[in-house]
Design a protein around this ligand. Sequence first.
Ligand SMILES: Cc1cc2nc3c(=O)[nH]c(=O)nc-3n(C[C@H](O)[C@H](O)[C@H](O)COP(=O)(O)OP(=O)(O)OC[C@H]3O[C@@H](n4cnc5c(N)ncnc54)[C@H](O)[C@@H]3O)c2cc1C
Length: 459
Amino acid sequence: MQRSQAIQQVPGKLQRLAGWGANLREDCWLTEPATLPHVSEWLDRSGTIARGLGRSYGDAALNGGGQVIGMTRLDRQLGFDDGSGTLTCEAGLSLEQIIRDFTPRGWFPMITPGTKFVTVGGCIANDIHGKAHHVQGSFSNCVDEMTILLANGDVVVASRTENPELFWATFGGMGLLGVVLTATIRLRKIETSYFRQKSLRVESLEEMLSVLEEQDQLFPYSVATIDVFARGPRLGRGVVTVGEHAGLAELPASLSQAPLRLASRSHLTVPFELPDFTLNPLTMRLVNAVILRIQAGARPLGHFESFFYPLDKLAHWNRGYGRRGFTQYQFVLPFADGARRLREILSAIFSAGELPFLNVLKRMGKGTQSPLSFPAEGYTLAIDFPMRKGTRALLQRLDAMVLDGGGRVYLGKDSFLDAATFRAMYPGVAGWLETKAKYDPDGIFTSNLGRRVGLVSPR
Ligand SMILES: Cc1cc2nc3c(=O)[nH]c(=O)nc-3n(C[C@H](O)[C@H](O)[C@H](O)COP(=O)(O)OP(=O)(O)OC[C@H]3O[C@@H](n4cnc5c(N)ncnc54)[C@H](O)[C@@H]3O)c2cc1C
């Protein structure tokens, strides 16, 4: 493959990259600067995109045939205020490293997704949300300031008061406005690394939604899993799990000696992509039953690792979906009429003959002013599908149902949404494109996702 003239001299290698779902692989020129000035020096002005830990499921951090700037070597901590829990760091720092360094000192990420293997830059670009979105909002709520490398080579500060338009458009902006170099984020004070939690079994979708609503008044963290094999009146049966950081006084003597203990690292891994036949209705029925049983049996006091990051215990678990990979489909639907529409969507999924699998249902609180930020008030469901023949067609049908219900799909998980549907789902697109034209008029920041959904011009 021809390398663009601009980056002939730039260190980097041609590498086949994929998102976490591995449903699309692209040969990209991966450049991994270890210093901030190198990001600017090595930027390929014919087209580039930043990449964190590659935990977006689709093509957000891919730029087929062009440059991808791997940010993970830029992981330095630049300052920490122990009084306020304010951390300034390079954008390639991972939440995993933040937890390792700061939990023993009584601090935890303010807002975290369902894996800790994400970078601060990735959390900003997707404006990620966690299990407490209904009370804590999305990642923008914990970011005070960032420095961003723009297409013209300038490095600017963006905050609520300085370049506010750029600040807000960068959350959910999928790396398409510039490279976030550093960020100042606020951490959360914790007394212990333990979690007070409970799970409740529910027998129908209506019960699921009312239990979630009731428990959201009592607990900041909540999440539900649906039994993907329940049908008819039992459709939506599953388990709701809720929790809260435990205080020191809540720990038994055996734990209070080391209240901020880190969990030991797991060495479990899926060593290679499993053959496609491994996933069949029988194995999925078994795994589904095991997942529901584990969740229903959550102990009243557990380590936060099990509550926040159950999947992180098995490295490379995505390989379990085989060579063709999988996709995660996540949407949010407004509360009004949401229950009926959720039922319709679940019925469409379950009657399609696909193999829906891991899933997470929760209630979201209000969104932010970021034009492309995903979270919005309503029900959000994320559900995995191994890639099979009919998966794409099913997702297109779901897109239409979500759009019809006034909802939207999450770009951080998406692989297939088309430009027209995306535009209809996100009314803020036009405003965001004006910001893009202002800060990156030549479309230097580009990606497979950006081109697919029409946030940048096709090449
Ligand atoms: C198991 C699992 C659970 C998850 N749970 C959740 C969840 O609960 N909530 C949620 O919101 N998401 C969730 N996600 C998705 C994940 O949090 C996001 O996709 C996140 O953005 C990934 O971060 P990353 O560092 O891997 O970024 P990547 O996937 O590498 O990149 C994501 C986007 O960020 C951009 N980007 C990365 N670094 C920079 C930078 N320095 N400057 C500018 N742009 C940059 C990229 O261009 C790309 O557009 C989950 C993912 C997994 C695998």
